[in-house]
Ligand binder design. Structure first.
Ligand SMILES: NC(=O)c1ncn([C@@H]2O[C@H](COP(=O)(O)O)[C@@H](O)[C@H]2O)c1NC=O
Length: 526
């Protein structure tokens, strides 16, 4: 079968990003390609001493309106859009004395970068490329006759194709698909800015009338949540790199479940101001702790549930020290993620062949997050730990004696750590470390029982619930849950309050001499 190569004899070059342009145009010229180009690009080519036809000489119309009109002319677009498989198109070009282009090289004005620089609306608008996308889309549409290149990364391919007799049809299709991604991403950026910055399409709700996103596949994963499910990782074309853009320093390829658990681990650990470590299994914490340093925090998070920590995903909110790395290396661990690693720490961890070591700095705080549902998606503000009731100074003492500073610090820790467990969540804590976590139960009393059971059964006979404090991610609907905690020896409880039966819970605590605070804030996590 013919490869349908179209020899590259005439090229239209109009690029904002002039990276690699010199090598490209020199190569094209050496291969005998005629160059046609717009203002700045033509100037660069001329400066190299190479022959170039300026677009305005081709159109007989000056580039005008500060560059708003350059290539928007039938003499340019007919040369791009003629379907040369059709005799009628070829004949019309001849009648109109329009020469066809075999190659279009174009990339667009830097709209996103201009917005990011804090430029004024007028300056941003000026960076909305009009002629560029028109050429790119026209050439991509007409890929049976024209090759379109939008990235300097493709220039080597252009030169190779030029000497090989042109791009094949398959290559031109591929380039056309890339070109439409280029313009689609560009339009998403423009439309998002227009709906969110230039205007408020949300009408004050904070949720835009339209939401667009572009996603680039960055890895095909071995499988999905289960081995019979295919899966891939996509990176957002906009916004911070996040976990999808994390650097992997060592270990096997990340799996689908690794990504889910690592995201949960970061959410749990990065919440704290002091050094903190979270160990995650199946998207739930089996240990969260703070400490004087990450090694201490890790040791205490691990001690919460050493059985479950086997095969866990660990996140630290500070660079991992050698000491912490040594501790981690003693336990089978799937993934460790941190904003960095102190000298020597990675080497220690690398002693474990399979552990995946990730560096990941930014955790998105604030803003909105989305979750797919069939036929659409939900959008909500992120549950940042900044609600009024998250600060212990805003809590209401519902019953009992005001907590000592130490107990209050433990309650504050428990309240913060609790929100990283799936609802219904109950977290018992002592000295800045979780000692028992009950999560994901369909009623709160079972979460209380689970938290107590975990606290008391894992540490060989010790009753860690006794003397611990407890946090509940949402209010207790009945006094049965608190009673389980009270019976286990919990000394203080923090919860949102707000149930119609709060009085029953207050009475149970009062009778047992247990302190209870209301936060007025809820932190469900589903
Ligand atoms: N207005 C037009 O007709 C037009 N034609 C091409 N451009 C853009 O002008 C830029 C290249 O300009 P120059 O070669 O002058 O540096 C490219 O980013 C290209 O996408 C145009 N600019 C904006 O719309």
């Amino acid at each position: 079968m013919s490869e349908n190569r179209i020899p590259i004899r005439r090229a239209l070059v109009s690029v904002y990003d002039k990276t690699g342009l010199e090598e490209l145009v020199r190569g094209l010229h050496d291969a005998g390609v005629t160059l046609v180009s717009t203002g700045g690009s033509a100037k660069l080519i001329e400066g190299l001493g190479l022959p170039v036809t300026k677009v305005e000489d081709l159109t007989g119309f000056p580039e005008c309106l500060d560059g708003r009109v350059k290539t928007l002319h039938p003499r340019v677009h007919a040369g791009i859009l003629a379907d040369r498989r059709l005799d009628s198109h070829v004949q019309q070009l001849a009648d109109l004395e329009v020469e066809p282009f075999d190659l279009v090289v174009s990339n667009l004005y830097p709209f996103t970068q201009t917005v990011a620089s804090g430029a004024s609306p007028d300056e941003c608008v000026e960076q909305i490329d009009i002629g560029g996308p028109s050429m790119v889309r026209a050439a991509a549409k007409n890929h049976p006759s024209v090759a379109i290149v939008t990235s300097p990364e493709r220039y080597a391919d252009v030169l190779a194709a030029t000497t090989a007799g042109g791009f094949t049809l398959e290559q031109r299709k591929q380039l056309a698909a890339e070109a439409f991604v280029h313009t689609a991403s560009y339009d998403v950026a423009v439309a998002s800015w227009m709906g969110n910055v230039l205007t408020d399409s949300s009408e004050g709700t904070g949720f835009p009338a339209w939401a667009g996103a572009t996603w680039e596949r960055s890895a095909v994963l071995r499988y999905g949540e289960n081995p019979h499910q295919g899966a891939a990782l996509y990176r957002s074309g906009h916004g911070p790199a996040g976990l999808a853009g994390a650097e992997q320093l060592h270990g096997k390829e990340m799996s689908y479940n690794n990504y889910v658990d690592t995201d949960a681990a970061r959410r749990a650990a990065y919440d704290f101001d002091e050094p903190a470590v979270a160990i995650i299994k199946h998207a739930n914490p089996c240990g969260v702790a703070v400490g004087g340093d990450v090694a201490e925090a890790h040791a205490r998070a691990h001690a919460c549930d050493p059985v479950s920590a086997f095969g866990g995903v660990i996140a630290a909110n500070r660079p991992v020290s050698v000491e912490m790395a040594r501790q981690v290396a003693e336990v089978f661990t799937e993934v460790i993620v941190a904003p960095g690693y102190e000298d020597g720490a990675v080497e220690v961890l690398q002693g474990k062949k399979n552990i995946r070591i990730l560096v990941c700095e930014d955790l998105e705080r604030g803003g909105v997050e989305t979750r797919p549902v069939s036929g659409g998606l939900l959008m909500q503000q992120r549950d940042s730990f900044q609600a009024e009731g998250d600060d212990p100074s805003a809590w209401t003492l519902a019953t009992g004696e005001a907590a000592s500073p130490e107990v209050l610090a433990d309650l504050a820790f428990a309240w913060r750590a609790c929100r990283s467990a799936k609802s219904n969540a109950i977290l018992l804590a002592k000295d800045g470390a979780s000692v028992g976590i009950g999560m994901g139960q369909v009623n709160r009393v079972d979460s209380c029982k689970l938290a107590v059971e975990r606290a008391n059964s894992l540490a060989e006979g010790t009753e860690r619930a006794r003397g611990a404090v407890a946090a509940s991610d949402a209010f207790f609907p009945f006094e049965d849950g608190p009673q389980v905690l009270i019976d286990a020896g919990v000394t203080a409880i923090v919860q949102p309050g707000g149930s119609v039966r709060d009085e029953l819970t207050i009475e149970a605590c009062k009778a047992a001499g247990v302190t209870m605070y209301f936060t007025g804030t809820r932190h469900f996590f589903h």
